[in-house]
Design a protein around this ligand. Structure first.
Ligand code: CUA
Length: 156
């Protein structure tokens, strides 16, 4: 081998690493035993949150291991709180706001969505193991923004 061959090998190795990093960022699961499966938007009339989906924020079982969580964000809390789901479940979160823009973010994961009045953020998440996840708001929403938090309990 001459020096050029070594140079080429290093170049190729560097490219493989870069592609690998990008793939990790793009396709990486969030760690901590959960995976974000999907992320969509729907709409709701914010003044009509008596829309049956959100008048009573709750978790509903819709299949053997499938759940739907109807969540509202408002200054300065999330409902329901805590959100309780079993381990080995697939949970679709429908999240909307009663007032201003908030976010719904599970601490330590990449589950994170803006919560906009009039829109319904939809995310499907797999919870593999029992664990507690803090829920925080990442959008400034008023004087108690920094105290706006909730909890997801993944129970055995
Ligand atoms: Cu809600 Cu910040």
């Amino acid at each position: 081998m001459n020096i050029h061959t070594y140079e080429k090998l290093w170049l190729i190795a560097a490219m493989v690493l870069i592609v690998g990093f990008i793939a990790t960022i793009t396709y990486g699961s969030v760690g901590l035993g959960i995976t974000m499966v999907g992320d969509q938007q729907d709409t709701v009339e914010p003044t009509e949150l008596d829309d049956e989906r959100f008048s009573d924020p709750r978790v509903a079982q819709v299949g053997e291991n499938e759940y739907e969580a109807y969540v509202t964000a408002q200054m300065f809390s999330f409902q329901p709180d805590p959100i309780e789901v079993p381990e080995d479940s697939e949970v679709t979160f429908y999240v909307t706001s009663r007032d201003v823009i908030h976010s719904f973010s599970l601490v330590g994961t990449n589950v994170n969505t803006m919560v906009i009045p009039g829109e319904v953020a939809e995310m499907t998440v797999e919870f593999d193991e029992p664990q507690d996840y803090g829920v925080v708001c990442n959008e400034y929403c008023g004087p108690n923004h920094h105290n706006m938090e909730g909890m997801v309990h993944v129970v055995p």
